[in-house]
Ligand binder design. Structure first.
Ligand SMILES: C[S@@+](CC[C@H](N)C(=O)[O-])C[C@H]1O[C@@H](n2cnc3c(N)ncnc32)[C@H](O)[C@@H]1O
Length: 201
């Protein structure tokens, strides 16, 4: 599955923020904001598309993903970047050690009752003034997927969030939302939302 995902990134541009001006603008705004603050961690980095983009922009960025195969692909595609295998639920992050954290189309995989703890952990790991950026699928349901990325059999659940619910969780974690971008459904995807939030100084 990870190999198919990485192939589709290369052949179709899936997940390539350079092809979507709004997603690219969000990542650029994040990069402009956190660039000089400190290290950035891309959590659920997959094949490292965004990690690689941020590294090209000169950020001190690394990526982690639960899937060792995704990390193999990330290392192959972005040999100049640092990647490691780890779960968002089990990261060893120092207090106030990061300038930025990304959960870019990855946190919807976390069970609903786990996400608040993960957000709180991210919030503690951010320096005052550090930023969190997330993009996720919008809705009310838990969508069970049995096929993905070119017909590969999978079994995972996408926990969709209503933007206001997610904003509440982010605030409860101790972060202050600073921007929200709604992405209406189009012919290729369902609705989504991008939220950026800050650890108050
Ligand atoms: C849809 S992909 C997005 C990858 C990348 N962020 C991008 O935008 O191209 C979701 C990624 O989240 C990873 N993931 C799922 N659960 C995770 C967890 N608990 N911790 C870390 N990564 C996780 C998956 O392995 C997958 O690579």
């Amino acid at each position: 599955m990870a190999d198919n995902y990485a192939d589709m990134v290369l052949t179709t541009g899936m997940g390539d923020i350079r092809r979507d001006p709004w997603l690219k603008a969000s990542i650029d705004a994040f990069a402009d904001t956190v660039g000089d603050l400190g290290p950035v961690l891309d959590v659920g980095c997959g094949p490292g598309t965004v990690t690689g983009y941020l590294a090209e922009r000169g950020l001190d960025v690394s990526g982690v993903d639960l899937s060792s195969r995704m990390i193999e692909n990330a290392r192959r595609l972005h040999p100049g970047c640092r990647f490691s295998v780890a779960s968002a639920t089990d990261l060893d992050l120092g207090e106030a050690s990061l300038g930025g954290v990304l959960g870019w189309w990855s946190l919807f995989n976390l069970p609903r009752d786990i996400l608040p703890q993960v957000l709180a952990h991210f919030a503690r790991a951010l320096m005052p003034g550090g930023h969190f950026l997330t993009a996720t699928h919008v809705g009310d349901e838990d969508a069970v997927r049995t096929e993905a990325y070119g017909g590969v059999s999978v079994r995972w659940t996408t926990h969709k969030w209503r933007p206001e619910q997610l904003v509440d969780l982010i605030e409860q974690a101790g972060l202050r939302p600073v921007a929200e971008l709604r992405l209406p459904a189009d012919e290729t995807r369902g609705p989504g939302v991008v939220i950026m939030a800050k650890r108050p100084a």
